[in-house]
Design a protein around this ligand. Structure first.
Ligand code: GLY
Length: 342
């Protein structure tokens, strides 16, 4: 298995099948596996692999709606009933919704217990499950959360190889994002083979980009923000239209590329072709959603990426050369126009 480390004690294992032992050694007595219906089979395989007597499974309701404080409270109750102490472990098995919620519960239960993730979507494997951002939605997206490293993340490429095409496509938006901000060779893999790019190549490379960035700036005081490429417009589109995260990020990257074209001469057309070659949407029409500029701007104004000086965008001067900049209202209008938001 490939082993990639993030400063702060996070170990990411990428390979085929589940490693043995699955969990890092510790004196834990109990494990709560948190999952969703679509990942139940993997969760059961994980529970079987955990070699202690008390392993319970907690199934969240399906979809992103599960990412709220009611769900968090329900898990706290289960932990209380089960007598979970500081030495015990939560294991998140599923997509980003599961790993965000499981991570947040682990970060806050008794002021923090161990969490391990087994991501079952490409999106979670290359982004949500790694790097220790946890959170739930409250009014806005991810407005309540904590930074809390998982001790281990196990990425089973066999599970990812069986993903339905649409989930593979959605996750590939975050994988190619990692390449665009930090690894031109990863971008080339998608350029050559589109969505059929080899997971054995793109997954470890995308994880390595994120590991490098997070090791340098865990709490997003600066550099980590580059991982939000495409997310300023992307999150707003997600909030306004309910568009799936990866697709919203693809449209968001296209919007950001327009500002980068104006400011830095970035080749946004090339990026468009790349995303289209992967079957990703590059405007709201492609994405099959309708979003008015007013609603999108309003959602952007509530985003975490705003500060007293206004809205910040991650912009590329070139592939692998990101910068984070405050932009003008005129830039934002051009970016939204470029992706059909009027
Ligand atoms: N998804 C962006 C980050 O983890 O910082």
């Amino acid at each position: 298995m490939d082993r990639i480390l993030i400063d702060g004690g996070e170990e990411i294992l990428v390979g085929r099948g589940l490693p043995s032992p699955l969990l890092p050694p510790s004196d834990r007595l109990r494990v709560l596996v948190v999952t969703q219906p679509g990942a139940r089979q993997v969760a059961e395989a994980v529970a079987e692999r955990v070699d202690i007597p008390t392993v319970e499974i907690f199934e969240l309701p399906d979809r992103e709606a599960a990412k709220d404080l009611d769900t968090v409270e329900a898990i706290y109750r289960r932990l209380l009933e089960g007598g979970f102490s500081r030495r015990d472990t939560i294991v998140g098995v599923g997509g980003g919704t599961v790993t965000d919620v499981a991570g947040f519960v682990a970060a806050t239960w008794l002021r923090g217990i161990e969490v391990v993730h087994v991501p079952t979507t490409l999106l979670a494997a290359v982004d949500a499950a790694i790097g220790g951002k946890t959170g739930v939605n409250f009014q806005g997206k991810n407005l309540v959360g904590a930074f809390w490293h998982p001790s281990r993340v196990v990425i089973d490429l066999d599970v990812l190889s069986r993903l339905p095409r649409d989930l593979l496509r959605e996750g590939s938006a975050e994988a190619v994002k990692a390449g665009l901000v930090g690894d031109p060779l990863l971008v080339d893999a998608y350029r050559r083979r589109g969505l059929d790019a080899d997971l054995e190549v793109v997954v470890p490379r995308a994880v390595a980009v994120k590991a490098r960035v997070v090791s340098a700036d865990f709490r997003e005081a600066g550099r980590r923000a580059v991982l939000n490429y495409g997310h300023t417009v992307g999150h707003a589109l997600e909030t306004v239209t309910g568009l799936a995260h990866g697709y919203a990020v693809a449209v968001g990257m296209t919007a950001a590329a327009e500002i980068a074209r104006r400011r830095h001469g970035y080749d946004g057309d090339d990026q468009r072709r790349l995303l289209q070659g992967m079957g990703l949407p590059v405007d709201v029409d492609d994405a099959g959603v309708d979003a008015g500029a007013e609603a999108v701007l309003e959602a952007m104004s509530r985003d975490k990426k705003r500060d007293v000086d206004g809205i910040r965008f991650v912009l590329l001067r070139d592939v692998g050369d990101p910068t984070v900049e405050h932009v003008t209202p005129d830039d934002v209008d051009a970016a939204l126009e470029a992706v059909g938001v009027r």
